[in-house]
Design a protein around this ligand. Sequence first.
Ligand SMILES: Nc1ncnc2c1ncn2[C@@H]1O[C@H](COP(=O)(O)OP(=O)(O)O)[C@@H](O)[C@H]1O
Ligand SMILES: [Mg+2]
Length: 341
Amino acid sequence: MKKTTIAFLYNIRHIYPDPNDSRSDLEADFDDEETIEWIVKHLKNLGYHVIPIEANEKAYLSLYKNRKKIDFAFDFSFGLYGAQKYGHIPGMLEMLRIPFTSSSSFTRNLTLNKVEMKQILIANRIPTLPYQVFTSEDEKKESNLSYPLIVKPMAQGSSAGISNKSVVHNAEELRKQVRYILKTFDYPAFAEPFLRWREFSVSLLGNPPRILPIIEPDFKKLPKKFLPIDSLEVKWIFEEEEEVNHLVCPAKIYFQLKRKIETIARKTWEVLDIKDLCRIDMRTDEKDNIYVLDVNSPPGLIPPEVSVTSYFPLAARAARIDYPTLLKTIIESGMKRYQVK
Ligand SMILES: Nc1ncnc2c1ncn2[C@@H]1O[C@H](COP(=O)(O)OP(=O)(O)O)[C@@H](O)[C@H]1O
Ligand SMILES: [Mg+2]
């Protein structure tokens, strides 16, 4: 039987995430070479013929040249520049009519832009926090928002631009952090209320999606110098270097709260038109109301050979889905949508 040819699109980082080097913020979504090598190895072991393509400016040339050979693309790209970057490679694949894993170029850009995404969530009565966009550090805070607030880049993932300083308590701190975000990224900052209660990360897989065991970071296990948030430093330095694993999976959640989280997760998947896989980050307020913070489609997928704290593979393992089976399920979910044999 002829092997299925998979184009695997990826981005390699050149600078490891470093809270003291804002250049690394722009590559926070990207992967280490080792991660990419392992994913390619796993795909080959699954019996696919793999064409690895770095998702840089030259990616289109490889896709065009190989378009007749490629049966299916595993899109694991995160884009290079701007607030539409997640959609760049999916857009090329759509134009070349190469079927691919995960959501469309439109949905990928929508989930990248947390402010645009909030508007769709609000229109569909899915709970998300109120917010204010800042295009200049001189803008004043509106009265419907009260401190403490968290300031984030409008269109980034992987905790880029998120540190202890993101949580602000007064006009001066707000101004400083907005200035930092505007200087570092090529799009606006936004602020929303800082919720210091529980955080849940919900992984969904397949069409219609199955919900994998929910992850809760236990921020009490972090050293005191860290605020209870998944900052760049916590995600990329603490989680990778320390032996303390602060991720609880499955999270200990009472029945009604779990049901609420799952209902919100499924509804979010539907209204954003997510395909194949995604991970949704949520937080609670003091009354256990849930708010959607962030949707990742695809989420990070670092293999266990490189890291055991990558959220989506961790949730899959808790459901007894090992890493190669996870990759296979993602690909087969996508191929089924396009009826690729
Ligand atoms: N409104 C908020 N209240 C409390 N913590 C937050 C809030 N927004 C973000 N965070 C913290 O920052 C982390 C990264 O923010 P998130 O919105 O998920 O962006 P990213 O796309 O970088 O993952 C979250 O996992 C959470 O720990
Ligand atoms: Mg997140």
